[in-house]
Write a protein of this length. Sequence first.
Length: 416
Amino acid sequence: MRRYNFVQLLRNAIGFGEGWQEAWRSPEPKPSYDVVIVGGGGHGLATAYYLAKLHGIRNVAVLEKGWLGGGNTGRNTTVVRSNYLWDESAAIYEHSLKLWEGLSQELNYNVMFSQRNLVMLAHTEHEQNEASRRVHANRLNGIDAEIWSREQTLAFIPILNPSMDIRYPVMGASAQPRAGIARHDAVAWGFARGADALGVDIIQNCEVIGVRREGSRIVGLDTTRGKIDAKKVAFVAAGHSSVLAELAGFRLPIESHPLQAMVSEPIKPVLDTVVMSGTVHAYVSQSDKGELVMGAGIDAFNSYAQRGSLPILEEIASAMIELFPIVSRLKILRSWGGIVDICPDASPIIGKTPVDELFINCGWGTGGFKATPGSGWVLADTIANDRPHKLAEPFSMERFASGRLIDEHGAAAVAH
Ligand SMILES: Cc1cc2nc3c(=O)[nH]c(=O)nc-3n(C[C@H](O)[C@H](O)[C@H](O)COP(=O)(O)OP(=O)(O)OC[C@H]3O[C@@H](n4cnc5c(N)ncnc54)[C@H](O)[C@@H]3O)c2cc1C
């Protein structure tokens, strides 16, 4: 048996994929679709999957200007949690977390969701107070949340710096046991395969470069692969949402910023949870390959460059060494950046736009990976029924006119 696997492996290695079954088709775009989704990240693909699966709308295309998951979906640090402060956020993120819990079974594709607890460190009295406020709010919303003492925290994370003589000693933490990490590419691939099997056309290397309108209504798109008509369109393009909105003739209250992350060389297992520190400003988990996956906050400037940069890496490294002295011995393997779409209240926009039959899902900023299944679910429902899903209602664009903002800066600063 072992020999057979080796021979098979060798054959696959030198066979350039010959005989491999494609996970999804690569069709030519049709002249028209019932629904066209712009953006082949996790959110766009999940929307297409649920449109086909739950609403029977299968004449659907997902247009992706590059490759599937090549945007933020394949660049994020994969933290999944639902411990947001406000009721509206808690509801949509918890809905998503529940979907994560059954996602590998739903897609018949291992998305490697690992519920390994998530610990948010508190280093000051203020942070401890804020943490207990959030834990109480979470519990009222039925979300698992705990307050930990300094001793509990240090016992749970043995590599954490226990010294009281450092700039910000660990005073305690809040924790969400059901939170964790997943495999980002697998999420895109799993949704893509599932959507394709239900008849959705997934079209890569197809950039939307123009929007065609008749009066107040969208009727189609100009793409680098020709014109495509659509009864309904959804923009699900994260950091490039404002560019698309401008093509359609309206403005979004969104700023696009780079967000960087990096991984260390692989090491033996040293960390079996996710740790975040808003004050020292870094967060970390250990991947299945053994790399420490590390990140911090957004770049201060606006940009569309998906690159890492040395000054930010230095900031992340110095924060990490302050929290975990063993990191000073590690080599950094690689770094990268993604372009995140940030709303003034650090909450997403989901729903209708000023253009008829054009829907939008954006503004997830530094924390939308965790929302992938939930966001796709509510957007699909919104598109199918032509009205906002109940969980999406508070996240309409109108909140920036009415002032009913959902300020999640506290939950979304260094915490992703
Ligand atoms: C470094 C980093 C770390 C992060 N860490 C976390 C984390 O730990 N947890 C978490 O929850 N979130 C995290 N995030 C945020 C998360 O990655 C995003 O919120 C989420 O992946 C957004 O998914 P999406 O499908 O909306 O966007 P994307 O995956 O970016 O997909 C949008 C797609 O639209 C395509 N597109 C854009 N313009 C066009 C066009 N004109 N025509 C066709 N296609 C177009 C893009 O190529 C892209 O593939 C992180 C982000 C970064 C960058």
